[in-house]
Design a protein around this ligand. Structure first.
Ligand code: BES
Ligand code: ZN
Length: 610
């Protein structure tokens, strides 16, 4: 008898899985596609719940019978059609790891609008609720969403597949003293009712829909750029990012008009796990980007560049992620070069390529050595697994190599055309390869072998046509490093006028083992552990941990407690758990810091501790 039940159970599951085939990490129906979304939601800080109605305008092909949406950790209360209050039946598919489940709604003839009444739960991973203590001002709570890559479905039922683009509007009710902002046309100032209306007329994939609510003020930079931040941070942020208006113009000069009307920045609370996120019209920026000397404004350039690569021309699947990030790093460095000179851009590139080589060694001996390829294999995996430095820096290196081979003039013309012709569409790796083929290989004989496309895209190492990146400014650093290794004290080194990239290169190239006294000497002379630049700080702390410089651990503790930028804290924790002596300390700090970290950060660190 038991077996019969088991059999029945198994057949239901497989039947429903067949019923909801997975494509590109999504259950979304392709014969019924959402075209427009109207959200009407409330943000309830007391219960930590977003609730309301998502209404969809759909496109039905061949008289399609049902609409399938993705959900993950959502509670569905009711489904209705058009203006009719009568509840309509819906089915939920089986829960699949990473993906959540399908929400299937049978359609009747002539139905125009489908309304899903829903609410988030504590399983809604995209949503972070911060207490006032976790903000800069410590007066008001804050909430924000982080939809990349497949977390939009944890706060909005949706077709969470980058191939599906929608326009949207939203009515958002929040506590009266707070301002709501979205990756859309924004209201700019608080109103007394706490009700905000948003409109997004450019079609976007779901991972680019974002909401933030907090005690935020706005400062204009020019007619199409400005900054939102907690009042306390606003002045500092405006000063640090004063180059933004010029950056937008520089980007336009390179690869064509900015098509999103506005480019504002939102300075996030410290627990924001990334350096930045390219939410259209409103990039989310980690507060550590405010280094005090504009040395990290390349992240602003990076998020801006996504307005072309990623937001206009979007990766078709998460396996094509390098088309978003590799292009964006390339574009970011072209902006840096135009604005701050080729020395700066070259230094940044060299640091990036050094990082790439380090990462490739680690990935080579990991469970997934294929992650060293540009075109990833993410079958049955969380797309977040693809989030390594490879799509970024190997992607950059490939495009830089293409620039070298075909010449900058031709390459720039190609890119400009690429963004114009594929705007508001998706791009896959194979489509991109055939574009290259058409443009550079079929027409001018011989370039195919020179370019080595297949080695770049499907190979696991760096192809032989990659030109080493040489920075004159780093040659100076190497000279001083040599003098230091030969015994010159820190004070005696010639470091006048060095910029942060040079310091990063210096720290990265210190020997594995350094005596404590020498570390102290360096820190006294150069103040690394007080740096405003989070890359210098984290790399320096890695070096201190590697050499078990215990006196400095309190500083490392306070760094790990106050910083939320995952990549930086991860590298420090990773170094700590390598050695038994610091393992326990790492766990202690983590258990103390956990409450203020983002769930994404907590998960990544927990995996590290396993
Ligand atoms: N799209 C990414 C950030 C991201 C990645 C957010 C994955 C969520 C999940 C963003 O554009 C980015 O790449 N940011 C980098 C900065 C950049 C200069 C390399 C970061 O966060 O450090
Ligand atoms: Zn990016």
């Amino acid at each position: 008898m038991k077996y019969v039940y088991l059999l029945l159970f198994i057949t239901t599951i497989t039947m429903s899985q067949e019923q909801f085939p997975i494509k590109n990490h999504s259950f979304a129906s392709s014969d019924t596609q959402v075209k427009h979304l109207d959200l009407d939601i409330q943000v309830d800080f007391t219960n930590k719940v977003i609730s309301g109605i998502a209404s969809y305008q759909i496109d039905r092909k061949n008289d399609s019978k049902q609409l399938v949406l993705d959900i993950n950790g959502l509670k569905i209360n009711k489904v209705t059609f058009d203006n009719n209050a009568v509840s309509q039946p819906f089915t939920l598919g089986p829960i699949v790891e990473h993906l959540g489940q399908a929400l299937a709604i049978k359609l009747k003839a002539n139905v125009k609008t489908i309304n899903v009444h829903y609410q988030t739960t504590e399983k809604s991973q995209a949503v972070q609720w911060l207490s006032s203590m976790q903000t800069a001002e410590k007066k008001h709570p804050f909430m924000f969403t982080q939809s990349w890559a497949i977390l939009a479905r944890t706060w909005i039922p949706c077709q969470d597949n980058p191939e599906v683009r929608i326009t949207y509007s939203a009515k958002v009710k929040v506590p009266k003293q707070l301002l709501a902002l979205m990756s859309a046309e924004n209201p700019i100032r608080k109103n007394s009712k706490g009700i905000y209306n948003f409109k997004m007329k450019q079609p976007v994939p779901m991972y680019l829909i974002a909401l933030a609510v907090g005690d935020l003020s706005f400062k204009k930079l020019d007619s199409r750029t400005g900054i939102y931040a907690e009042p306390l941070m606003l002045k500092k942020a405006a000063k640090e990012f004063s180059d933004l208006p010029k950056m937008v113009k520089t980007a336009e000069k390179l690869y064509g008009p900015y098509l999103w009307d506005r480019q504002d920045l939102l300075i996030m609370p410290p627990s924001f796990p990334y350096g930045g996120m390219e939410n259209p019209r409103l990039s989310f920026i980690n507060p550590t980007v405010i280094a005090g000397d504009k040395s990290r404004t390349n992240i602003i350039a990076h998020e801006l560049a996504h307005s072309w690569s990623g937001n206009l021309v979007t990766n078709e699947t998460w396996e094509d992620f390098w088309l978003n990030e590799g292009f964006t790093v390339y574009f970011e460095r072209r902006i840096t070069e135009s604005m701050y000179g080729s020395d700066t851009a070259t230094m940044k590139a060299k640091i990036g390529i050094d990082e790439l080589k380090e990462a490739m060694k680690k990935i080579e001996s990991s469970k997934y050595p294929e992650d060293n390829r540009l075109f990833l294999n993410l079958k049955n995996r969380n797309p977040e697994d693809g989030l390594t430095v490879i799509p970024y820096e190997k992607g950059f290196y490939f495009l830089k190599t293409l620039e070298n081979i075909v010449g900058r003039k031709q390459w720039d013309a190609f890119l400009k055309k690429y963004f114009a012709q594929h705007a508001f569409q998706t791009m896959s790796t194979s489509k991109f390869i055939s574009l290259l083929d058409k443009e550079f290989i079929q027409s001018s004989g011989g370039l195919g072998e020179k370019i080595q496309i297949n080695e770049w895209v499907y190979g696991q190492s760096i192809p032989s046509n990659a030109k080493p990146i040489q920075s004159q400014a780093f040659v100076q650093v190497d000279q001083q490093l040599n003098r230091w290794k030969e015994g010159t004290l820190a004070q005696g080194l010639d470091t006048q006028g060095w910029v942060s990239e040079q310091w990063i290169h210096f720290i990265n190239n210190l020997p594995e083992q350094v005596e404590i006294q020498k570390l102290e000497d360096l820190d006294q002379a150069f103040n690394f552990s007080e740096s405003g630049n989070v890359s210098i700080l984290s790399q320096w702390f890695v070096c201190l941990v590697r050499n078990q410089h215990a006196v400095q651990y309190p500083k490392i503790r306070s760094f790990l407690l106050s910083t939320g930028h995952l990549w930086h804290i991860y590298s420090v924790y990773a170094e700590m758990i390598k050695n038994q002596k610091t393992q326990q300390l790492a766990l202690d700090i983590f258990s103390q810091a956990k409450a203020s970290y983002h769930p994404i950060t907590v998960r990544a660190l927990q995996e590290l501790f396993q």
